[in-house]
Design a protein. Structure first.
Length: 70
């Protein structure tokens, strides 16, 4: 059985293309995952800022009440 060099190259090119496509699909999936995590991180950051603001407000109110009692 005689195998032509062109046949080997064709198989290599097909495998390489499939590998590249699989790698691209993996990269796209990772990019989506990263974007989702960034979005979740932004949401958590906003929530932390809101809670921090509420705690500061509560602290200020308690401080004012304690100061007024003296």
């Amino acid at each position: 059985m005689h195998v032509m060099v062109n046949d080997i190259v064709a198989v290599f090119e097909t495998n390489r293309q499939e590998t590249l496509e699989a790698t691209l699909a993996t990269c796209r999936s990772l990019i989506k995952d990263i974007q989702q995590m960034e979005s979740e991180q932004d949401t958590m950051k906003y929530q932390i800022e809101m809670y921090t603001h509420k705690v500061r407000q509560a602290h200020d109110e308690v401080f004012k009440k304690n100061t007024a009692k003296k």
